[in-house]
Design a protein around this ligand. Structure first.
Ligand SMILES: NC(=O)c1ccc[n+]([C@@H]2O[C@H](COP(=O)([O-])OP(=O)(O)OC[C@H]3O[C@@H](n4cnc5c(N)ncnc54)[C@H](O)[C@@H]3O)[C@@H](O)[C@H]2O)c1
Ligand SMILES: O=P(O)(O)OC[C@H](O)CO
Length: 391
């Protein structure tokens, strides 16, 4: 291959104008050996991001191996295996119905087999399943494998509050970044334009351009004409906002369900954004304030999630029906997960451990409503009382 042909023109026109980014080049070196990519998870977002990745792997054969494996938690749909349905009809009829998937996306029910000889893993499962997935993967993933986590949530345990990307790094010994953004899955799957943010630190054992994953490779992997990607360094910032906006969305769902309208929802989002930023400043000082304002993973994700995400829908039904969170999740989501329900508990446990509950009155109010049945109509007072107490 000639030197000129050795570089691919990838992304002209989509290079993060006006903001300082890691990658401003439009050329990408062909890989010495095309990177093999696996997506772990096949839910609503898992299948959507697998579609995105498979399209790019097919489109850039000099950089990526064309076949993308997608690990599927196997289940039967009307007597047929979901993996067989995906591999023959190219649709995930349960979690992303009505969307045709690329034929180079191969569903695999065997987790260990799906990561055989892989170079890049994209994690995409509801985060309550991550510890079990990691324990199964241990010993089966080479330390040079790179990963991106699309999960939204935290791991809270003996080590305190952890980003899920850090948890993956610790458990599997691999470098892991994150992808997060204003990305309602069905809209991305239907190829309606949206933006996202990918954050990744280049590891110390980086093997060089064309041999290892860098920001340009990640841009090539995720960027589509309908899915615009900015690549930055702030893994903590995008992960914190991705996790916590789900808790804020529950608060919005409560006030909407009570019939209080747009002003109340905007008030919850205002308070929520403040608590998200404070959480980052207090517990992840490496996160950058501007990420919350400037990135799709920040305020844009907060807005879209509070408008049309799964958490707001579940909370709205809790308010209108009087049913508990788990009944509403089951009734509305057909096996999908409203991650805010678990995240608000993780956040509560962490804030209690470190004596900081009163610094986060909205997060605490959401937790008390979901888990201890506190009346939703008291939400404004719960926020204000704690504010006054703080003064
Ligand atoms: N859906 C969205 O719009 C969206 C957008 C961006 C990010 N995310 C995030 O992506 C992550 C994955 O979300 P999703 O929408 O793909 O999932 P989902 O909520 O659709 O969950 C369903 C998935 O969970 C799997 N599952 C069920 N039981 C399991 C088990 N015991 N072990 C492993 N997997 C099991 C199912 O097979 C299915 O693939 C979440 O953290 C979510 O917050 C979602
Ligand atoms: O549907 P949700 O509530 O899981 O949110 C979806 C995405 O995170 C929005 O960006």
């Amino acid at each position: 291959m000639s030197a000129a042909a050795d570089r691919l023109n990838l992304t002209s026109g989509h290079l993060n104008a006006g903001r300082k980014r890691s990658s401003s080049s439009v050329s990408l070196k062909a890989a010495e050996k095309p990177f093999k990519v696996t997506v772990i998870g096949s839910g609503n977002w898992g299948t959507t991001i697998a579609k995105v990745v498979a399209e790019n792997c097919k489109g850039y054969p000099e950089v990526f191996a064309p076949i993308v494996q997608m690990w599927v938690f196997e289940e039967e749909i009307n007597g047929e295996k979901l993996t067989e349905i995906i591999n023959t009809r190219h649709q995930n009829v349960k979690y992303l119905p009505g969307i045709t998937l690329p034929d180079n996306l191969v569903a695999n029910p065997d987790l260990i087999d799906s990561v055989k000889d892989v170079d890049i893993i994209v994690f995409n499962i509801p985060h309550q399943f991550l510890p079990r997935i990691c324990s199964q993967l241990k010993g089966h993933v080479d330390s040079h494998v790179r990963a991106i986590s699309c999960l939204k949530g935290f791991e809270v345990g003996a080590k305190g509050v952890q980003l899920l990307s850090s948890y993956i790094t610790e458990e599997l010994g691999i470098q892991c970044g994150a992808l997060s953004g204003a990305n309602i899955a069905t809209e991305v799957a239907q190829e309606h334009w949206s933006e996202t943010t990918v954050a990744y630190h280049i590891p110390k054992d980086f093997r060089g351009e064309g041999k290892d994953v860098d920001h340009k490779v990640l841009k090539a992997l995720f960027h589509r004409p309908y899915f615009h990607v900015s690549v930055i360094e702030d893994v903590a910032g995008i992960s914190i906002s991705g996790a916590l906006k789900n808790v804020v969305a529950l608060g919005c769902g409560f006030v909407e369900g009570l019939g209080w309208g747009n002003n109340a929802s905007a008030a919850i989002q205002r308070v929520g954004l403040g608590e998200i930023i404070r959480f980052g400043q207090m517990f992840f000082p490496e996160s950058r304030d501007e990420t919350y304002y400037q990135e799709s993973a920040g305020v844009a994700d907060l807005i879209t999630t509070c408008a049309g995400g799964r958490n707001v829908k579940v909370a709205r039904l809790m308010a209108t029906s009087g049913k508990d969170a788990w009944e509403c999740e089951k009734e509305l989501l057909n096996g999908q997960s409203a991650q805010g329900l678990i995240t608000c508990k993780e956040v509560h446990e962490w804030l209690e451990t470190c004596g900081s509950v009163e610094d986060f009155p909205l997060f605490e109010a959401v937790y008390q409503i979901v888990y201890n049945n506190y009346p939703m109509k008291n939400l404004p007072d719960m926020i204000e009382e704690l504010d006054l107490h703080e003064d």
